[in-house]
Structures are given as C-alpha cells and as structure tokens.
Design a protein around this ligand. Structure first.
Ligand SMILES: Cc1ncc(COP(=O)(O)O)c(C=O)c1O
Length: 362
C-alpha cells in the first residue's frame, strides 16, 4: 500500500481510491482494415430514425442552453411511458441514471449489491463513489439468487441493482423476485436498458414503492447511442432529490430534438425492433447448431454463448480478421464466453458463415 506521504507531484492530490482503480474495459478499438460488421456493443444496426437527422438539420437553437427542468421532454416521456412526468428525469444516456442513483445513495464505505455476472459499469461506478460492490453470484442459469442477495444486505447496503434483461446473460428476473428485494426496504434500481426488446417492465409499480427505480435508454431501440439520452422512472420524492443534484444541462439540445423526432417515428423504430427480435431467435438457433458454442436464450439484442472448444479470445480474433467484431470479457466469470449483438439479417448471416469456417479451424 502506497501511503499518501510517500507520493510526490500531482499523485499526492489524486483521491487514493481513484488512483488505485483499474477503470472500465470498453470494447477494444478496431484494428481491422476495411469495412467492419460491428456486433460488440449492442448498438442498433438500423441506426436512428431518418426523422432525427432531418430535425437536427433544421435545428437552429444549438446556441441556447437547454431547459434545465426538462419540462417538455419529461412530458413527451410521460406520454411514451405512461408514467407521470413527476416520476421522470432525463439523463445523458441511461448510464447517468446509474451515476445519479449512486451519487444520491452511496458514499465512502457504503455497499452496492450486484448480481454477477452483469453489466460491469455498476461495479466500476460504485468504486468511483468510494463504495464497495458486493458481488452475489447468479445461479447456473444466471437467475438472480434472491435469498443470497437478501443475506448479503448489511448495515452499509445502500442500493441493489438488477439488470433486466441482464447484460450479458440475456435472461429476465421475474417481477416477484424484484418485489421481494424491494420489500427489504433497500433502494432497488432495475436497469431496463433493453426493455423494448424484452417487453417486461416494473415501471408501473414505481408509483407504489418509495424505493423502486427504473432505468431506460434510447441508445438501443431508438438507435441513439451516440447522442447520449436516457431517463429514469423514480418515486416523485427521489426525482426531487435528483433534480437538485443533477448537472443542470445534462441533456443537450441535440438530444431533445432527437427524442421528439424518435417518438414521432415510433412505429418505424418499433418495426426494426421487431425484426431484431426475430433475428435474435434465428441467430440463437444457428449458433446452437455450432458444436463449439452453446447460446443462452436472450430477451435483449445480444446473445451470450459459452465456448465449448477453443477459447473466446481466439474466436474473437478470428472473427475480427474477417471484419466482424464481437464482445469477449476479461472477468473470470465470463472468461470463456462470447457475446455477439444481433445485427441485420445479412450481418447475422456473415457471422454464422464465419463461425462455420472457424469451427473447422479450432
Ligand atoms: C445494461 C445496460 N445498462 C445501461 C447501459 C447504458 O446505455 P446508455 O448509457 O447508452 O443509455 C447499457 C449499455 O450498453 C447497458 O448494457
């Protein structure tokens, strides 16, 4: 352990828990020359609505700050979600919902319960707040172990995060399990980033509990990952706190314009979501036919596969050599898994064909 006294220069001033952190492992930069098929970050291969591009081209108020109270936007999201605007806060991507919840509840030495394997951002951002991520293992089918989560609750527990459907495993946690955790009284954040692909939500229950919160995003279903726009559905009391602590202009003008145009083009966007869901089912079946892969059923826009022969890293590299990018993991729990996102039919065909070739080589 390096003591603060032994440090010199700028290191002396950096908060010690941040200096010691490993950081987050985002998808690796691409080395392949030429066109790539990007199936490594659960993005929407169909892009955003063309109406978003038209609206952005017409937008002539980029010189103005956005409305810090998000009044118009929250009313549009009220209409989309069916939850009152007093329950909604818009954020810079769904990721900022996680950050705001952590900032509200978690300080130095506090604990956040995560059901592993899950989205690593939860653990990473807990550490930034000086909190500890208490990792409770899912069972062999990746179901949340509700009694183990309850047993892990301590005096210092400030938040339980449930990702539903869970990235990267793709499975759903039943509503009754979520409510069992909510009934402990500990704040529960349900990350529904992939809600439009799963159709399962606990959002309508938020009005009934003071400790249930839901994360949503337009990154996935609306193809706006690059714009950074998400929102949280919270009990009204929590909205009041978060309105006080959020950065005033956390949602920029391009995001406001993009949401309005996306919601106006909902039918078109949801038809691409339907296609992705159908392709997910087809791709799962095809992956299952490869004798070196075992896919897990998914309710998201991605498919986790256990690698039965060869290594995940070897398969990722061989796919990258063919211009196809998929996600692999450095964490021990996910060491021999690959997770392709679901692409357009032609992307999925290319992946299936490449995996056929790779199966001969490993
Ligand atoms: C489970 C989960 N939650 C939240 C996010 C954050 O998405 P964004 O910040 O783009 O809305 C992602 C993105 O991949 C995710 O997989």
């Amino acid at each position: 352990m390096i003591s603060a006294n032994s440090l010199t220069g700028i290191e002396k001033f950096v908060r010690p828990h941040l200096a010691a952190m490993g950081g987050y492992a985002p998808p690796k930069p691409v080395e392949h020359k030429g066109p790539v098929i990007k199936m490594n970050a659960n993005e929407n291969p169909y892009g955003c609505s063309p109406k978003v591009l038209e609206a952005l081209a017409r937008c002539d108020f980029l010189n103005l700050y956005p409305d810090a109270t998000q009044t118009g936007l929250r009313h549009q999201l009220q209409e989309y979600t069916g939850m009152g605007a007093e329950h909604i806060i818009a954020t810079s991507g769904g990721a900022e919902v996680i950050d705001l919840a952590l900032q509200l509840f978690v300080g130095h030495g506090d604990e956040v319960i995560n059901c592993e394997p899950t989205f690593d951002y939860f653990r990473f951002r807990t550490g930034i707040c000086g909190g500890t991520s208490v990792e409770v293992l899912r069972d062999e089918k990746f179901a949340v172990n509700v009694s183990a989560v309850k047993a892990a609750i301590s005096e210092r527990t400030r938040l339980i995060i449930i990702n539903n459907p869970n990235n990267p495993t793709g499975n759903i946690t039943p509503q009754k399990d979520i409510l069992e955790l909510v009934n402990t009284g500990v704040p529960v954040l349900v990350d529904e980033a992939y809600y439009e692909f799963s159709g399962e939500t606990v959002a309508p229950l938020v009005a009934r509990y003071e400790n249930l919160m839901v994360l949503r995003t337009l990154s996935k279903w609306a193809g706006l990952a690059g714009v950074r726009i998400g929102y949280g559905i919270f009990p009204a009391k929590i909205v009041n706190y978060l309105m006080k602590i959020k950065p005033p202009f956390n949602v920029g003008v391009p995001a406001l314009v993009a949401v309005q145009a996306s919601l106006a083009d909902r039918e078109h966007l949801m038809s691409t979501v339907k296609t992705i869901i159908a392709e997910r089912e087809r791709l799962t079946g095809e992956l299952d036919k490869r004798d070196f892969l075992s896919p897990f059923p998914s309710r998201g826009n991605f498919i986790l596969c256990s690698v039965l022969r060869g290594t995940a890293g070897e398969i990722r590299q061989k796919l990258e050599d063919r211009g196809i990018l998929i996600r692999t993991y450095d964490t021990p729990l996910l060491k021999n898994y690959i997770r392709p996102s679901v692409g357009m039919p032609e992307h999925n065909d290319a992946l299936i064909e490449a995996l056929g070739e790779i199966g001969e080589e490993i």
